[in-house]
Design a protein around this ligand. Structure first.
Ligand SMILES: C[S@@+](CC[C@H](N)C(=O)[O-])C[C@H]1O[C@@H](n2cnc3c(N)ncnc32)[C@H](O)[C@@H]1O
Length: 257
């Protein structure tokens, strides 16, 4: 059995290749354009939190946005800075619950299951910090999986295992499970990393991916309202159709009035 530091190249973010990032960026741009038209003003600045390595930012530059990215990972912020030099692209290390940039933006973007990492008390802090950084009539966009079917799935498939290929050389075996705290459901995701060695798999390490509060549409709407937003629309992921209970992903749009 081998063990040791997992090379950076097998971390989560490199699994998401350009086509997915391109699709994400195109959808976000179309949504922002739609909202700009609705509000009658250009929404040109995006605060992307957490931004990871800024995988969407090359596209955002082409579309003409200025972007500020915040993430808790020093390594990812360094990567983002290096890959996106130049005017209109800024990055800071920070915890999404509590940071202060002394700047206000048109759009706060929480993309790709980047909200719900804490309990409700701390998740509200994330939304309040977001609100502080928005201009009047600024928009918050949150993209998440729909918590309701995830709870059902994890209840009925308690031993689910997901196997992901990592850089051809490694496998990640993920075992998600359901955990309840104060009556609300969380999905806990741990993964074990193995290095391929002929027909064998050599264990490298086990790591916590995240512990995610599983929000239903109604629960997330309540959080947004509590944090001072008005919910404008909730869409089915990657579409402009209204969200329905059977949808796997949801995109919630709120406004700071
Ligand atoms: C699933 S990734 C999504 C990143 C980005 N939104 C995207 O679409 O690529 C989640 C990110 O959350 C960051 N993160 C985790 N906890 C955080 C915290 N408390 N404050 C800020 N960033 C955090 C991680 O470093 C990681 O980059």
């Amino acid at each position: 059995m081998a063990s040791g530091k997992v090379p950076q190249e097998i971390e989560w973010h490199i699994d998401y290749d350009r086509p997915k990032s391109e699709l994400d960026a195109e959808y976000i741009d179309a949504l922002i354009n739609l909202l700009s038209r609705k509000l009658g003003r250009k929404l040109g600045s995006i605060l992307d939190v957490p931004c990871g390595n800024g995988r969407l930012h090359d596209y955002f530059r082409v579309y003409g946005y200025s972007v500020y990215g915040v993430d808790i990972s020093k390594e990812l912020i360094e990567q983002a800075k290096k890959s996106h030099p130049g005017e209109g692209y800024e990055y800071s290390l920070g915890d999404m619950r509590d940071f202060s940039l002394n700047k206000k933006f048109d759009v706060y973007l929480s993309w790709f299951t980047s909200f719900g990492y804490f309990d409700d008390k701390d998740n509200i802090k994330v939304l309040r910090t977001a609100r502080t950084h928005l201009k009047k009539n600024g928009i918050i966009i949150i993209e998440l999986s729909n918590g309701t079917p995830t709870v059902e799935y994890l209840k009925t498939h308690p031993k689910s295992v997901f196997i992901h290929e990592r850089s051809g050389e490694y496998l990640s075996i993920e075992r998600p499970y359901l955990e309840y705290e104060d009556g609300v459901a969380y999905q806990v995701r741990n993964e074990s990393i193995y290095k391929k060695h002929g027909k064998d798999l050599l264990f490298v390490k086990m790591q916590r991916l995240n512990r995610l509060r599983l929000y239903s549409k109604e629960d997330l709407e309540k959080q947004l309202v509590k944090a001072g937003f008005k919910v404008m629309r909730t869409l089915a992921g990657y579409s402009f159709k209204d969200f329905t209970e059977g949808d796997k992903r949801m995109v919630m749009v709120g406004i700071k009035e």
